[in-house]
Design a protein around this ligand. Sequence first.
Ligand SMILES: Nc1ncnc2c1ncn2[C@@H]1O[C@H](COP(=O)(O)OP(=O)(O)OP(=O)(O)O)[C@@H](O)[C@H]1O
Ligand SMILES: [Mg+2]
Length: 384
Amino acid sequence: MSYFSTTKFKLGILGGGQLGKMLLAETQKLDINTFVLENSADAPCAAITNNFVIGDWKNFEDVYHFGRDKNVITVEIEHVNLKALEVLEKEGVKIHPQPSVLKIIQNKGVQKDFFKKNEINTATYKRYTSKTELIHANLEFPCIWKAETMGYDGNGVRKLNCTQDIKNLSDVPCIIEELIPFTKELAVIVARNVDGEIKTFPTVEMEFNQYNNQVEFVLCPATISEEIDKKAQEIALKTAKSFKQIGLLAVELFLTKDHRILVNEVAPRPHNSGHYSIEASYTNQFEQHLRAILNLPLGCTKNKLPAVMYNLSGSKNAYGNVRYKNMEQILKFKGVTPHIYGKKTVKPNRKMGHVTVVNSALSEAKKIAIQVKNTIEVTGDKKQ
Ligand SMILES: Nc1ncnc2c1ncn2[C@@H]1O[C@H](COP(=O)(O)OP(=O)(O)OP(=O)(O)O)[C@@H](O)[C@H]1O
Ligand SMILES: [Mg+2]
């Protein structure tokens, strides 16, 4: 059923966090009737969606009952109950991204096997079923450990320097990857609609905070040569064509010293590296995701202006009810737009919002973004 030919259309979104909230800003423009499934009544989406359903997107019953009467279901997080989505798909509900895509992406080991099978360059790796197996594996250090499932925002990832480091790991199926001494981390978001129309967003550069190892700044466009840009775009496109996902696929990349590009991992949804597009692009990533899953023509992905995004995360000792210190001051800076996700309580490193800076010069946008970083602080009313 085409969205524009009915007044009964229902879009279900699994997950009620900030990605869902920013997607809802776009569903409102097209007047789409939305339903969000999330287990916390004060989640960022709760006050905005047309219908908020309390439930657990990891639970079979909750997802199945939520999904039965929807026309299209999408996700803002990939770790959702797959079995329920597989049953719903059989019953005729359109699930975008498809359960077959989610199944590969939910497990980092399966995802790496998929890259290998499809000749997508990635760091060499080996899969292990348990910690005991790892202890006897004779690993080469340093290396990178990743839990196969449920890793998020780097919390399922560790650098191992010696055998001793294995002791502190959870006893779960995992992969061990060679450590890539990359020069930059890049990302390309690719959109694909139901008919197979495909478009890439510009290559962006992600800068990580050295203390918490989270993305701190995203620069669009990335400061790379045309040749590397072209390579990054080609690899992202090849990756998306292999997955044949419907909706967005964010492709995270490593650029090595010898100018090789390796795929780190993918996410089948809007991505932190694409938030800049809300202010900077002709079509932002959230609108593009909707166009793709509703099988509409995809929008232009070019930037109107260069942009730098800065993530607002809870500071070191921030606990309790959130406080945004010096927000008034940053609003005086040129080209600055803050986004506050609406999470009531803060924790150290919890993503609470972001600030986008647009400017006709990327270097100037970066300078202002650094000023934003030095001015603003996300704190709480309690210290632990
Ligand atoms: N093989 C590797 N070599 C060097 N660094 C790595 C490697 N794999 C991951 N990292 C570092 O760890 C970070 C997190 O890894 P990854 O993206 O796989 O995990 P994640 O938990 O899904 O993180 P997120 O949700 O933040 O994307 C990467 O962005 C990169 O900085
Ligand atoms: Mg990642």
